[in-house]
Design a protein around this ligand. Sequence first.
Ligand SMILES: C[S@@+](CC[C@H](N)C(=O)[O-])C[C@H]1O[C@@H](n2cnc3c(N)ncnc32)[C@H](O)[C@@H]1O
Length: 257
Amino acid sequence: MIKTVEQLAHLAQGLRAKREIRSFLKAEERAVKFEYGIKDEVWSWYGGMVCEYDATFARILDAFNLYSFRHILAERAKKGLSTYVLDLMGGDASFLRDLKYPANKQDNPSPFNAGLCVTLVDGRQKRLQELDQRLNIEVLCGDLTSKRTWALIDEKQREMGIDAFDLIVCRGADGVKEDMIPRALYPFLFGKIWGRLSGNDGLFLTQLPETIRPRELLGQLRLIPEIRLNFQPSRYRPAEVYPSLGIIKTSAAPENL
Ligand SMILES: C[S@@+](CC[C@H](N)C(=O)[O-])C[C@H]1O[C@@H](n2cnc3c(N)ncnc32)[C@H](O)[C@@H]1O
């Protein structure tokens, strides 16, 4: 089959990205095996807690009048709604653990029902794995650019009895850079994420690479009817060095893209 120049360029980008992801995966595996500590050896950010996720998405949460992750959970609990959370590029699931089980339980009267973290390597010690089992938190290892990983996510959702996620978040930092996730993959990734996001005001929050062209991306996203959209450019603050995007899927929005 004859391919166009653009198709060939996308293919080459895709192959380069796979190579890049493989090298990060190997570095993470080495760090886990020899207990170097992933944060210093592989990623400059790792194991982010709720306050760090709040800081990264603060401007979007404020724009949607949602304020913080704990506020979202508390408001849902007040309405008697259950909450399922998916953390993409979630590291060692520290965010989910903290969201479910903070040091001061008084601050968290309404933890979520179940959480799934998807990451390249599961860096948790046995103690944390056992704690997560009790907290209904699962960690799945896989590369998000691969169809196989999404099939595994489907399988895991079925196992956990989760039809859709009320909150999907991706604070991947360098993991979202274009040499790891080429722009040509966005339709595939957005489609996969959208299909799993609850149509009952499900919220998707993600970091984007600095190289993103907001006009182009937002122009495409605005074609989806009945969504709420917020984009924030990067800022010179440690938590906000990447642009970020928030989307709310209302009940009138299409179920799938
Ligand atoms: C910089 S760390 C961020 C961890 C966590 N979200 C936080 O904010 O502390 C990036 C994480 O994304 C994961 N990751 C990077 N690329 C990925 C990919 N293509 N598929 C799945 N996970 C990926 C890595 O395994 C790593 O755990």
